[in-house]
Design a protein around this ligand. Structure first.
Ligand SMILES: [Cu+2]
Length: 118
């Protein structure tokens, strides 16, 4: 076995292991996706997405955002309502504001963790 073949074999082996790990995770359901989210947050993944505020409901801790694609959630661009981690995040904002925000999906509830005016 020459060096190139060995490298290729190793890469294929890694790919198979990764695919297997992903399949295992899919079987775990919600608990696992929650843990994944926490791991990403701990790793400092604060992917910011741009959007426009369409609705503010401070009392219920909700905000409507017309958002661009959210890379860390693999979500396409759309207009939707998010929960906010802390209603205080909405204090400085009003409908029509252009913002940058970071959203996560703990326990299947899409939540804005951080938001700021652009
Ligand atoms: Cu969305």
């Amino acid at each position: 076995m020459n060096y190139k073949t060995l490298t290729l074999t190793l890469l294929l082996g890694l790919g198979a292991m990764q695919a297997q790990a992903e399949m295992t995770m899919n079987h775990e359901g919600h608990d696992m996706s929650q843990m994944e989210g926490m791991t990403l947050a701990e790793a400092g993944d604060m992917t910011m997405t741009r959007g426009i505020i369409t609705r503010i409901d401070g009392q219920n801790g909700k905000v409507g955002i017309k958002h661009e694609a959210i890379a860390n959630l693999k979500m396409p661009a759309m207009t939707m309502v998010f929960r906010v981690a802390d209603p205080a995040l909405l204090e400085e904002l009003k409908v029509g504001d252009a913002v940058r925000f970071h959203a996560e999906n703990p326990a299947g509830k899409l939540t804005v963790m951080a938001i700021q005016k652009q």
